[in-house]
Design a protein around this ligand. Sequence first.
Ligand SMILES: Cc1cc2nc3c(=O)[nH]c(=O)nc-3n(C[C@H](O)[C@H](O)[C@H](O)COP(=O)(O)OP(=O)(O)OC[C@H]3O[C@@H](n4cnc5c(N)ncnc54)[C@H](O)[C@@H]3O)c2cc1C
Length: 344
Amino acid sequence: MENVLLLAHTEADGSLAKAGLEALATALGLGGALTVGLVGAATQAAAGQIAGCGAARFLAVTGDAFGQPRYTTDAAAAEALCRAADCPIVLAAGTSRWARALPGVAYRLSGRVDTHATSLTSANGAPAVTRWFYRQRMEAVLSRTQRPWVVLLDPGCVAPWSSAGLAGGPRGYPACPTVEAVSVEPPATRTTVTGYQAPKADEQTIRPDAKVLLVAGAGWTKKQADGAVHAAEAEQLILGFLRKAQASLGGSKSVVDLTGEGEAVLHCMTHMNQVGQTGSTPRHAKGLSTCCHGEEPHVVGWRFVNQRRAINLDAGCGWARGKADVLYVADAFEVMRHVNALLG
Ligand SMILES: Cc1cc2nc3c(=O)[nH]c(=O)nc-3n(C[C@H](O)[C@H](O)[C@H](O)COP(=O)(O)OP(=O)(O)OC[C@H]3O[C@@H](n4cnc5c(N)ncnc54)[C@H](O)[C@@H]3O)c2cc1C
C-alpha cells in the first residue's frame, strides 16, 4: 500500500477534533506507512493526543498565523507538509477549513482531489474512495492514478481513533513523539479573523452528534382541525422535545422558507436546518418526521438516517410509500404532547 499523509488542524484549545480522529482511523486502516502533518498555533498537545497511533513520522507547521482558519495560511501550511512528507495519498477530514484549502493545494501539487468521501480503503493494494452522487441517490467507488491524491473524508462516517487500550504515559497518552518542524513563512493575507459568533448553547438546535433527528414540516404552521394556526404551541412542543431528548432539529424546505413569506413561523427554524436535496444530509441513528409530507426532494436528505418514523394526518403521504419504517397516522400536536410528557 502507498504511503499516506494525514493532514490535521488543531482546534482553538490545541486538540484534534473528532473529525480529525476519524480521518486518522481511516488512514491507519489503509496499511501504508503513515505520516501525520499537523497545523496550528501550537501542535505539541495534538501530537501527544495521538502519540500512540503508530505513525512513522510527525510533521508540523506551527505558529499564530496558522491557528486561524484562512485559505492563504492553511493552503501554504498544507502545501509545505505535502512536499515535506512526499506521500502519494493525502487524507484529511472534510472540515470547512480543509474543504476550503485543500482543493487549491492539490492543484498546486499537480495532483487530484476528491471531496465528500465516505470511506477510503485499500483493495488489493490500490486505494479506493467511496462517495455519493446526485444528492446521495447513487454510491460510487472511485480510484485514481494521479498522485498526490488528496481525499477529504466526510465527518461521521467511521469511528474515531482512540487511545483507549494504549500503554499510558503522561495524561494517559504515551510519551510525546518527536515532531519535525516544517518552516513556512506566513504568506501575506488580506483576511483577519476577528472572532467567532455562535448561538448560545441552549439556542443551538443543530446537533450533528445527536442520536435522534426531529424534523418539523410546514404542517406545524398550517390551520388545524379547529380552523386556527397554533404556531406558538408548535414551537413549544418542538423545543421541549429537543431539550428533553437532546435531539437535533431539521426542517423541510417549506417550513424554513415560511420565514421569508410573512406566514406564521417557527422562530427556532432557519435555512441551516433544512434537510433534503437542497439542504443537508445529516447522519443520525434515528429520525422522527412530524407534519412533513415526505416528498422525494426532502426524503433524499434522510439517506443516512437509519431508523425512520413519521407522524402525519394523511395516510397517503410520501412516508407511507416505503420511505419510513413506521408511519403514525395521527395528529402530531397530540402525539408530541404525550411524548414530551413521557420524557418528563
Ligand atoms: C428542486 C427542488 C429541491 C427541493 N429541495 C428540498 C429540500 O432540500 N428539502 C425539502 O424539505 N424540500 C425540498 N423541496 C420541496 C419539497 O418537494 C416539498 O415541497 C417540501 O418538502 C414540502 O414540505 P412539507 O412536507 O413540510 O410541507 P407540506 O407539503 O405542506 O406538508 C405538510 C404536511 O403536514 C401534515 N400535517 C398538517 N397538520 C398536521 C398535524 N397536526 N399532524 C400531523 N401532520 C400534519 C399534512 O398532512 C402535510 O402532509 C425541493 C423541491 C424542488 C423542486
